[in-house]
Design a protein around this ligand. Structure first.
Ligand SMILES: Nc1ncnc2c1ncn2[C@@H]1O[C@H](COP(=O)(O)OP(=O)(O)O)[C@@H](O)[C@H]1O
Ligand SMILES: [Mg+2]
Length: 384
């Protein structure tokens, strides 16, 4: 007789004379499987919903977001192989979609709800009530110009009449306050009576940055679970105005922050920034694959600093990810000084080649989001 410990904490008996397997061993084995493209294993990810054992037969229920058949099949194969190693003769992998929690106002109210059993990181996922589309900007490598692209893209979308906000979630190197010239705003950040952070308003954008809340040297001590909790609270605990688009500037790579963001709020899509050299392109492709894996479509690939390091990597990354290529941004030495001075190029030099490319990219993106007519911003304009 085997004891079947379910993820909801209940125990049940299954008639299985002579069984060698138990739920603990099965979970240990599943804990050795990394989610394809990510550094985290299935169990700590909260994806294993249920394990049932009957003799040498094991049934595993997995909750994953992706519709990607390749990833699903890969997971089935990995699970079967791991469980066969510990003696399972029949393995059934049932794949379900994690439930999406629909708007609860205020959005952060669910963050502390006590839950029984194994924590489910997806269970707290919310749709940000007043934000139509959350768009993550990511990259494989640091220094490819991700924040510069995020800021100028936000401004270009705003110029088209969309209501745009930015969440600078780069906990290790928040640069949005510098790029927008609002570093001193950290002293003026206010909360609502319900303890939601009120974004800072600059150049028509609503901005919140981790940089407003970090002290000297604090990033080094942020580790896995702390980062994850901070990102979730940070993503949901802001009193955003009505927004068509919220651009999230992520740290480079495939670590805890993108994962936590996607688990915290519904992300409409991702933009991947890369540079021409092959190594940067390979890293960017990994970042793109991570988004697809998490069920977040890649809305476009942007190649930055074209010319300085050759050209062509961006289009190849887009092809590999089966995503649209949004365009190449030339290396322009003046961009560095404009960023340091807090006057983004799109505002400093409205008509230069750099700004024109951003206008085109914003148009493509707005069309992809079907935001040619922007209801939230139109609403705002009639109120003003
Ligand atoms: N197209 C460009 N031409 C010239 N310099 C650029 C360009 N894009 C970004 N930069 C500069 O490159 C550096 C890194 O950019 P940043 O946006 O901070 O990168 P990341 O966010 O990827 O770390 C900054 O000094 C920025 O001004
Ligand atoms: Mg950056």
């Amino acid at each position: 007789m085997a004891i079947d410990v379910r993820s909801d904490g209940k125990e049940g008996l299954t008639a299985a004379a002579g069984a060698m397997l138990d739920a603990r061993r099965v979970r240990e084995a599943l804990g050795r499987i990394s989610y394809p493209g990510l550094e985290r294993d299935l169990v700590s990810f909260g994806m294993v919903k249920d394990v049932e054992i009957c003799g040498a037969a094991v049934r595993v229920r997995l909750a994953i977001r992706t519709d990607d058949a390749t990833i699903r099949e890969r997971l089935r194969a990995l699970i079967s192989a791991q469980l066969q190693l510990i003696g399972a003769t029949e393995v059934i992998v049932e794949i379900v979609k994690p439930a999406l929690v629909l708007p609860s106002h205020p959005p952060a109210a669910r963050a502390h709800s006590p839950r029984a059993g194994v924590p489910d990181p997806w269970a707290e996922r919310v749709r940000l009530g007043r934000v139509r589309h959350v768009i993550a900007v990511g990259a494989g490598k640091g220094g490819v110009g991700k924040s510069t692209v995020a800021v100028n893209l936000a401004l270009a979308l705003h110029r088209r009449g969309l209501a745009v906000g930015m969440l600078d979630a780069d906990i290790y190197g928040p640069s949005v306050p510098t790029l927008l010239g609002i570093e001193s705003a950290k002293h003026d950040v206010r909360m609502t009576a319900e303890k939601h952070i009120i974004p800072v308003s600059v150049h028509g954008l609503a901005i919140i940055s981790f940089g407003f809340f970090l002290g000297e040297g604090s990033p080094a001590i942020w580790r896995g679970p702390m980062v994850s909790k901070a990102v979730k609270q940070f993503a949901r605990g802001v009193a955003w105005p009505e927004l068509d688009v919220l651009i999230v500037d992520l740290p480079p790579g495939t670590g805890d922050i993108p994962l936590s963001l996607v688990q915290a709020v519904e992300v409409r899509g991702a933009i991947v920034v890369t540079q021409p050299p092959r190594l940067a392109a390979m890293e960017a492709q990994k970042a793109g694959e991570m988004f697809s894996t998490l069920g977040v479509p890649v809305l476009g690939v942007v190649e930055n600093m074209t010319g300085a390091f050759g050209e062509g990597g961006g289009a190849a990354v887009a092809r590999a990810l089966a995503a649209p290529f949004l365009g190449s941004i030339l290396f322009d030495p003046m961009v560095v000084g404009e960023g340091d001075a807090g006057t983004p190029t799109l505002l400093a030099r409205v008509d230069c080649e750099f700004s024109r490319v951003f206008d085109v990219m914003a148009g493509t993106l707005a069309d992809a989001l079907d935001e040619r007519v922007a209801p939230a911003s139109a609403l705002r304009r009639t109120r003003e």
